[in-house]
Design a protein. Structure first.
Lengths: 116, 108
């Protein structure tokens, strides 16, 4: 059974940093591209980072470029999202998802709140 | 970026009725559209990939159609468990995937 379990969310002050993790199991992690998708309080879904299967290629939208870094450890079957210079508009539920063009498996999400 | 417009924002139907959700792309994307269901306090769940391809474990009452810029997700004979938000997502412009704003399904 494919499982994705996120962790690391919390309350952070504006300008702060946080690192999210996503532990994967039930599939060959190193064979799939992975993404982080966030859902804002108004329920909008936004792709915030994507990484290919070997970690050699990454993508970020302009909204987070230069502030967020996606990485993976294929030996540990774990996906990461390092977030810095956080803003109030980064407040959201963060999901990791397996990417096949579509996102066929999602984790349960971890919540980030950016507030003073 | 490719913009996806979902309409209407809210759909209200009676149990047993057929319902259709619309997703329109700002430019032609072939069949690179995918549909998700998100129940209250749940994560998105993939229902249909590449416009009309079924997903294992998804009830057969869910189907998808369309190509180019206009796409439709249909539920044949709505059940109470189908109460959820429904989103479309495009994968034509890799890696700048985008989502629609969603349609909320209510049961009368």
């Amino acid at each position: 059974e494919v499982q994705l379990v996120e962790s690391g969310g919390g309350l952070v002050q504006p300008g702060g940093s946080l690192k999210l993790s996503c532990a994967a199991s039930g599939f060959t992690f190193s064979s799939y591209g992975m993404s982080w998708v966030r859902q804002t309080p108004d329920k909008r879904l936004e792709l915030v980072a994507t990484i290919n299967s070997n970690g050699g290629s990454t993508y970020y939208p302009d909204s987070v470029k230069g502030r967020f870094t996606i990485s993976r450890d294929n030996a540990k079957n774990t996906l990461y999202l390092q977030m810095s210079s956080l803003k109030s508009e980064d407040t959201a539920m963060y999901y990791c998802a397996r990417m096949i063009g579509a996102f066929d498996y999602w984790g349960q999400g971890t919540t980030l709140t950016v507030s003073s | 970026d490719i913009l996806l417009t979902q309409s209407p924002a809210i759909l209200s139907v009676s149990p047993g009725e057929r319902v259709s959700f619309s997703c329109r792309a700002s430019q032609s994307i072939g069949t690179s559209i995918h549909w998700y269901q998100q129940r209250t306090n749940g994560s998105p769940r993939l229902l249909i990939k590449y416009a009309s391809e079924s997903i294992s474990g998804i009830p057969s009452r869910f189907s998808g159609s369309g190509s180019g810029t206009d796409f439709t997700l249909s539920i044949n004979s709505v059940e109470s468990e189908d109460i959820a938000d429904y989103y479309c997502q495009q994968s034509n412009s890799w890696p700048t995937f985008t989502f629609g704003s969603g349609t909320k399904l209510e049961i009368k």
